[in-house]
Ligand binder design. Structure first.
Ligand SMILES: Nc1ncnc2c1ncn2[C@@H]1O[C@H](COP(=O)(O)OP(=O)(O)OP(=O)(O)O)[C@@H](O)[C@H]1O
Ligand SMILES: [Mg+2]
Length: 230
């Protein structure tokens, strides 16, 4: 049995504002395995981004553990966390996050540039080919549709061959057909590169493309198969 790439154990998160404490996550257990596309569904304000940011090591839980590649990540010092984040994790965000003054090819290779990696252009082109968008390589982001931009963002997130890819509402500002293209690209990448993809969204459509779906409600996660049971 494969080891989980990403795991959270008993994760709780609350925010304090003055005297008021809001409990957003109340003991979440979750594991993502190689090749899975997991859709995490839940209404607005249910804590999807909070959970994703904790898994992305961008935020810390109030209690509980986050494991990346079998390492307990939340006790690491910030340099080590950043190293783990840069080498093991990739991110796709809701809104266009491409750099407008760089071409598609340059945007895709940016994570490698930051790490001083070799063969940037050739590797970026290969990544674009895998997502069937190599023809866009020399364009600038403003010359692309929203769906094309998000696929470029996926190519960029995969550039350093992460073990896990975390996507927060990547289809949030797309129409239905572009949204479906993005979901199916994610599914293809999960299967072909054995990356674990965690897709957080309120778009129920995502469930059709996912290998597994979990719901977040009242600060807890439940598998779809448990739906309807008390
Ligand atoms: N920094 C913060 N300080 C206080 N409360 C916060 C903070 N960040 C989030 N919250 C609260 O935590 C709850 C969960 O927020 P979160 O952003 O995780 O929801 P979400 O499920 O991603 O919603 P959406 O679908 O609208 O993106 C919300 O009630 C929000 O107001
Ligand atoms: Mg959110």
């Amino acid at each position: 049995m494969a080891e989980p790439i990403l795991e959270v154990r008993g994760v709780a998160k609350s925010y304090k504002q003055g005297q008021i404490e809001t409990q957003v996550l109340r003991g979440v257990d979750f594991a993502a395995y190689p090749g899975e596309l997991i859709a995490v569904l839940g209404p607005s304000g249910s804590g999807k981004s909070t959970l994703l940011n904790i898994m992305a090591l961008l935020d810390e839980p109030t209690s509980g553990d986050v494991m990346v590649g079998g390492r307990r990540a939340n006790s690491l010092e910030s340099g080590e966390r950043a190293h783990l984040r840069n080498h093991k994790l990739g991110f796709v965000f809701q809104f266009d996050s491409l750099l407008p003054e760089f071409t598609v090819l340059e945007n895709v290779s940016m994570p490698g540039r930051i790490l001083g990696a070799p063969d940037l252009d050739a590797r970026a082109l290969k990544q674009l080919e895998r997502l069937n968008i190599a023809r866009l390589a020399e364009r600038f982001p403003q010359q692309l549709s929203g769906g094309e931009r998000q696929r470029v963002a996926i190519a960029r997130a995969l550039f350093n061959s992460p073990s896990a890819l975390l996507a927060d509402e990547p289809t949030g500002n797309l129409d239905r057909s572009n949204g479906e293209l993005v979901f199916s690209s994610l599914r293809e990448q999960a299967e072909s590169s054995s990356v674990a993809i965690v897709l957080v969204t309120h778009n129920e459509e995502a469930a059709r493309f996912a290998s597994r779906t979990v719901h977040i409600l009242d600060g807890k996660l439940s598998e779809t198969s448990l739906q309807g049971k008390a």
